[in-house]
Design a protein around this ligand. Sequence first.
Ligand SMILES: Nc1ncnc2c1ncn2[C@@H]1O[C@H](COP(=O)(O)OP(=O)(O)OP(=O)(O)O)[C@@H](O)[C@H]1O
Ligand SMILES: [Mg+2]
Length: 242
Amino acid sequence: MAENTMLDLRNIHKSFFIGTPNEFEVLHGLNFTVNKGEFVSIVGQSGSGKSTLMNIIGALDRPTAGEYSLDGIDIEKAKDHELSALRNKKIGFVFQTYNLIARTTALKNVELPMMYAGMGRQERMERAKMLLEQVEMTDRMMHKPDELSGGQKQRVAIARAMANDPAIILADEPTGALDSATGRLIMDIFHKLHEEQGKTIVLITHSPELSRETQRIITLKDGSIVGESAGSWTGLNAKEGE
Ligand SMILES: Nc1ncnc2c1ncn2[C@@H]1O[C@H](COP(=O)(O)OP(=O)(O)OP(=O)(O)O)[C@@H](O)[C@H]1O
Ligand SMILES: [Mg+2]
């Protein structure tokens, strides 16, 4: 595997048991790689298998067959408790529905992944403040999620995703619940993280328009990859031949 490979998926299948003896295959042997520092989108219609694939990439679920490595780590060989540590350290998740902890402040939400990683109180608070500043949420950091707008919640969620300086940000329809102007702000934050911090980002979306903003578009249809194309993004990290 090349040194600059972040994700390497080979012949990934995923089936669900929908009552014995019926098995329903959702992903039919996917192959692709994502390089370090790439901003890639996975686009497809509802039901095409995007979230199923995101769960596999995010090590939230295991493929039924195939090989998958993330940042050089063989995922199918890792034990469950190793996977949760790996998720916390290596992956920053951003979901359509934010998935913030309701009862606690924005600041604490961002601190939590660092707490799980064993970072000291003072250090994690300072880092959480810095991350909230990056998404321009300093003035709202003592608010609880239900005191924030959708776009503000998503900015907190992105700060939380960045908490442990993940190898990769995985975003599943991050603008899906937002109006287009607010969605634009969220996309701009992803571009900033990509360009200024060199983050590897996988954006999952049903929107061809959003996918075109990324460097590379992987099109999923009925659980198979039916196309790969270059997006229109060109910028600091643009590589020749892409
Ligand atoms: N746990 C499960 N058990 C059985 N079938 C499932 C399960 N999870 C997903 N599926 C099926 O897998 C297919 C793909 O679902 P998935 O959620 O990955 O689609 P998606 O592309 O994310 O769609 P959307 O854009 O609506 O979020 C669907 O037919 C769905 O019903
Ligand atoms: Mg989905």
